[in-house]
Structure formats: structure tokens, C-alpha cells
Design a protein. Sequence first.
Length: 121
Amino acid sequence: MSRPTRWTFALLALALVTLAGCVSGGAYSEYEGPNIGDRTLSQIEPNVTTQAWILAVLGEPTEKSTVSGEQGDLEIWKWIRRKTVTTKGSVFVVSSKSKSEEVRTVYVEIKDGLVTRAWRD
């Protein structure tokens, strides 16, 4: 190998090593709110499961609403779970950051202390 070819090869190798150290990235997830699984949700039986059981198993809901109708008042309880994924990356001095959010909500409708229906978005 001639001397200029060796220097070119050495500089190219050094450049590749340097570039490899200047590229970085990664992603991480953050969760907020309860994780209510399908098995837990399947345990809820309309007109059998009580409001007390829901509180004992699922905990306090994120939100509560009351809906008045001809048949009386219904309560709608919601448990909201947010998953935020943050992705970071950088090459040399240029960096980027992006976020995406996924929201899943479990709803339970209650009338006279009994669940009338439950579902998930």
C-alpha cells in the first residue's frame, strides 16, 4: 500500500469511528393512570357487579359524571390511561425529539349501585 493510500485509509477509519460516536438516539415510555386489563374488565357483569366491587378492584375513577334521564340518574365513571412515547435522536449537533400519546379509557355505567355496562375505547 502506498503512503497516500494508507493516510486516506487511516483518515477514513478515523472519520467512521468519530461519526459512530456522534450518532445517538433512543425512546422511552411514560404511563399515567391505571392499567385495567381485559381479564379484569371481563369480570364485570351487568346488573350483578356492584359499585363497591368496582371501587375495590379498579380504584377511584379519573372522572365521574351524572346523566339524568327519564329512567333516573346514571353515573358514568372513567379510568383514563395515557402512554407517552418520547423519541430522541441526534447526529453531531443536530438533535430531534418527538412525542406520541396513546389514550385508553375504561367506562363503567352505574345505576342504583349496580353496573349496567362497562367498555373500553
